[in-house]
Write a new protein. Sequence first.
Length: 236
Amino acid sequence: MPAPAETSCVPLLTLYLLGGFGAVRDDGVQIPRRWRRSTAQTLVKLLAVAPGQRHHREVVMEQLWPGVPMESALRNLRVTLHAARHALEPELAPRTPSSYVAAEGEMLFLTADRVRVDVDEAEESARVALASGDADALGAALASLGRELLPEDRYADWARERRRGVEALCEQLVRRLAERLLADGRTEDAVGVLREALDRSPADERLHLLLVQTWCAMGRPRQAIRQYHACREALA
């Protein structure tokens, strides 16, 4: 088997998951938004949201072809892997290893030094912002991470765990940013942050309570009472 190209010669591939799937290579090679084989794109998404960007091939087969006999699933996987690799590398020569989607034993994975994933970077920025408590950093992290993860796969089981992790991190950012803004006396900004968050999660009791406290801190008890009733209605 030919040896893979040196890492330094391989164009960086960026996978976008927040706000919808996209793939961009830094050498300008065009990767289509719609792939000829939808399971090939789903395979790449599966790996991109997985811990360490890797999965056992049996897990992948069960997610993509549930209930299909092993022999048929293996055949489907080979075809899908081939399609995914050539979608990302249309110039890939026959029997040449992919630079981005690799296999080792029973594991399938994205090559860490050649593939970057936007949600990984957004989550890291969020953790740094939470540690610093800086309002600008918190706001920037929330703007980046606040976009929905793979909205086209909103109900896919394989994305559920990662989606919940992103949502939990966003909740932390919202609360920390609102608290920071209140501490800095930027009450109107805090209200704006909380209202936007409630538009996305209208039944989040903790956000309602924080907005009630904000209205009270601003000396606007009527607004606080309205918010309390809005919370009751949303929960009902």
